[in-house]
Write a protein that binds this ligand. Structure first.
Ligand SMILES: *[C@@H]1O[C@H](CO)[C@@H](O)[C@H](O)[C@H]1NC(C)=O
Ligand SMILES: *[C@@H]1O[C@H](CO)[C@@H](O)[C@H](O)[C@H]1NC(C)=O
Length: 383
């Protein structure tokens, strides 16, 4: 069944594919009220802006000296800590930069070179002074590296080969100390495969079925012994499977029309909030309150849009029903909405603009980051 595509259509498609990765963002909160947002600008530099509790700093996005070939991935293992990793455009190496609460390490200009075997990079922290990093090699295998508190494992530019043959990039999650779960879409079966680390050894890869899936699958957890897996099938429907501590449940179909797996967060045990970018470019929301899916098993609420980026959804702090939702719109403006616990602000379909991420604002130095932003931070207990 051959379909003939027109040249203008193909050019539009190629342009969209080429620019797609520019329009990405990562967000993390190291503790209330702080939020850090990073992305890759059209000139491939990594941009950064953060919320102090009073305002967003710097007023214009700061540019970390970088030429990134991938979206930056960011995580935090505690108050004041940020870890940012991306793939360097010229060398293909994974670069690691961190913020220790006072300074950028190893320096504002320099990064730690973790080697160049991966085509994507994602980072996660399950505890203080711990960082786990996954990526995929060009032959379809997944690779892993960790910061164990005193050094990288494996050391230097080496990576641990986790095997497998995948068409998607890996996604890493953890339900607690010393536990890792990695999922991907198999290049051979188009179903979801899973591998875990339980403190001493890696499991074998297990085929959890489902699919055929597209995009990058997502794994999340609301607590010990619980794992939720999310993947979008070829019809664009969100599929869900979970480990309840005893057995696997699902796959269940939750509706939607997505090309990439939505973002999923748990602000508390038993709670699930999901935001995805629907085929019309708008963000759509669905929640699980512990008993029921709202608005329904396959229904979704419409939020703001249209966006060019996928959504980024983070919780303010554990145990509080407060969400931050970020996206980059079709004019390169980063936008934010918050769920205050009982309503969307400024409203379900409106957002606050955080500025144009495509404008080149070269930063020689990390201007207001350490000084102004840090000192004005109230501690969590003052709020
Ligand atoms: C795939 O690539 C990785 C990293 O470059 C390498 O360690 C591994 O041996 C390769 N696997 C195969 C089957 O070629
Ligand atoms: C991975 O799967 C693809 C698709 O089935 C296949 O063409 C390729 O040879 C596989 N690669 C390896 C290293 O087995």
């Amino acid at each position: 069944m051959a379909r003939i595509l027109s040249v203008p259509f193909l050019l539009t498609l190629l342009a969209a594919l080429a620019s797609a990765d520019n329009s990405c963002l990562s967000a993390v909160s190291w503790g209330d009220p702080r939020v850090d947002v990073f992305g890759r600008a059209p000139d491939n530099s990594v941009w950064h802006k953060f919320y102090t509790g009073y305002d967003w700093q710097p007023e214009k996005f700061e540019r970390i000296p970088s030429q990134a070939a991938s979206c930056p991935s960011v995580s935090s293992w505690g108050y004041g800590r940020l870890d940012i990793l991306w793939i360097d455009e010229s060398s293909g190496n994974v670069l690691h930069k961190y913020f220790d609460g006072g300074n950028w390490g190893p320096s504002w200009e320099d990064n730690i070179n973790l080697g160049g075997e991966v085509e994507s990079v994602q980072t996660l922290s399950w505890g203080k002074n711990r960082l786990d990093i996954v990526g995929n090699a060009d032959n379809g295998t997944y690779l892993h590296k960790a910061w164990t508190g005193t050094d990288y494992y494996p050391t230097g530019e080496l990576w641990e080969d986790l095997g497998g043959n995948f068409s998607s990039v890996p996604y890493i999650a953890s339900w607690g100390p010393n536990r890792l779960d990695i999922v991907g879409v198999s290049a051979e079966t188009d179903s979801l495969w899973h591998k875990y680390w339980e403190g001493t050894t890696w499991s074998e890869w297990e085929d959890l079925g489902g699919g055929p899936f597209v995009g990058t699958p997502v794994a999340t957890s609301w607590g010990s012994e619980r794992l939720d897996l999310w993947a979008v099938d070829k019809q664009g429907i969100l599929n869900h499977k979970f480990w309840d501590g005893f057995q696997w449940n699902g796959w269940a179909q939750l509706g939607g029309k997505f090309s990439q797996t939505p973002q999923v967060v748990h602000w508390s045990k038993g709670k699930i909030d999901i935001v995805g970018k629907n085929a019309n470019g708008r963000f759509y929301l669905k929640s699980f309150d512990g008993d029921n899916w709202n608005p329904s098993v396959d229904g979704w609420w419409v939020l703001s849009g249209p966006y060019s980026s996928e959504p980024r959804l983070i919780t303010k702090t554990e145990g509080l029903n407060f969400l931050y939702l970020f996206g980059i719109d079709i004019d390169n403006i980063a936008r934010m909405q918050i769920w205050s616990g009982y309503e969307w602000q400024p409203s379900a379909e409106e957002t606050w603009p955080l500025g144009d991420v495509s404008k080149p604002y070269p930063n020689k130095k990390s201007s207001s980051f350490a000084s102004k932003g840090q000192k004005s931070l109230p501690s969590a207990t003052e709020l």
